[in-house]
Design a binder for this molecule. Structure first.
Ligand code: NCD
Ligand code: ZN
Length: 350
């Protein structure tokens, strides 16, 4: 039985750090910057990150508040709205943005002015030109994959034909289906990916929760996220995908903090704040499947490879020890995922 595991610092391919209040950013960047070499920063901020000025300003803010962890590199994306054009794509690429994130309209937090179902079904020429430009210049096309008008449990499945269409139209475009939640999405990556240009991120929470953990006995808002966690069978497919060691499945934590007032509310927001427990929880997950040797590929290597980044030296070490977090975690009352759970793994240096 291993008592220690040393892995390269993480490549977290999907993190929400917010920026509407700099005190919030200052708090929530720390757990990510502490354990990550790279994190891909989601642009569904309020207001959204959509221009090259937004990218530069937001990255500067993140670097400022994470300067105690100088190894940490935030990778920036812009939110692709329906009026996006290749000129915008080139201008954000020039300031270092690595891709676009597209949100179907209304499917999740801050996705108003996302892409309407009609736009997804029949994309206008300006978007076709953007994808062509991105294919040529190696930028990522990242997707929140849920159809706006579908029943909530079917939104991801109904989105997959669009992803297949995009991948076939642009065989060189690097496409990421974010935070997959269904057996159907796993099947797409494994069996319907002829150009091998589609990868998927998987969250820690989709590996351990099912819908029972959100609403079986009482409603538990801190396990509510989009796409909603689904059936035991879907979870089993996600777990198998990760344990298979297939390089097109890698970590995107989708750590998404909301103030407690916004979560514990009759119109509660979707989003799970997982970054404070992410590596500890993943070590516990891999250990429980007797697969600690698979952890580093999933958390650090495969994502960097898909993004085309060279590997790094910096590492973290996890050891068997007791570790828990408690709410309220800070003055905003962000309730971390698995609050008060007794994890069997913690960071050696904590
Ligand atoms: C995310 C958020 O809060 O910004 N929420 C979530 O439930 N995952 C947005 C997203 O990635 O869907
Ligand atoms: Zn997200």
């Amino acid at each position: 039985m291993k008592s220690e595991v040393k892995i390269l610092k993480l490549f977290d391919a999907h993190v929400h750090l917010r920026h509407d209040n700099s005190r919030i950013l200052q708090e929530v960047v720390i757990p990510t910057a502490k354990v990550c070499k790279y994190a891909v920063i989601m642009p569904n901020t309020s207001p959204p990150t959509i221009s090259h000025n937004d990218v530069v300003w937001y990255r500067d803010q993140i670097l400022f508040f994470s300067k105690q962890y100088p190894d940490f590199n935030p990778l920036m994306m812009i939110k692709m709205e329906s009026n996006c054009d290749p000129e915008l794509i080139r201008s954000v690429k020039n300031v270092g943005a690595i891709g676009t994130k597209s949100y179907p309209e209304g499917v999740t937090t801050n996705s108003s002015k996302g892409l309407a179902e009609e736009v997804i079904n029949n994309p206008p020429q300006n978007l076709l030109d953007c994808w062509e430009e991105q294919s040529k210049n190696g930028m990522i096309s990242s997707w929140h994959g849920e159809m706006p008008k579908s029943f909530v449990m079917d939104g991801e499945k109904d989105f997959l034909p669009f992803i297949s269409w995009l991948a076939n139209q642009y065989p060189k475009l690097k496409i990421i289906l974010e935070h997959i939640s269904t057996a159907d999405a796993v099947d797409l990556i494994l069996n319907k990916n002829p150009h091998n240009n589609i990868a998927a991120t998987i969250t820690y929470h989709h590996l351990i929760l099912t819908l029972d953990d959100v609403l079986k006995h009482n409603i538990y808002p801190h396990n509510y996220c989009k796409p909603v966690v689904k059936t035991p069978r879907d979870r089993e497919f996600l777990v198998k995908a990760v344990l298979s060691g297939h390089p097109n499945f890698f970590l995107g934590s989708d750590s998404a903090p909301h103030c407690v007032k916004a979560k514990e509310n009759c119109w509660g927001c979707a989003g799970i704040y997982s970054s404070p427990v992410l590596v500890q929880g993943l070590a516990e997950f891999f250990d429980s499947h007797d697969a600690l040797d698979k952890m580093e590929n999933f958390t650090s290597i495969y994502g960097a490879r898909f993004y085309g980044l060279p590997l790094w030296e910096e590492s973290i070490t996890l050891i068997r020890k007791r570790f828990s977090v408690f709410a309220p975690f800070n003055e905003f009352g962000f309730t971390p995922f698995r609050v008060a759970h007794d994890f069997g793994w913690g960071l050696k240096d904590d």
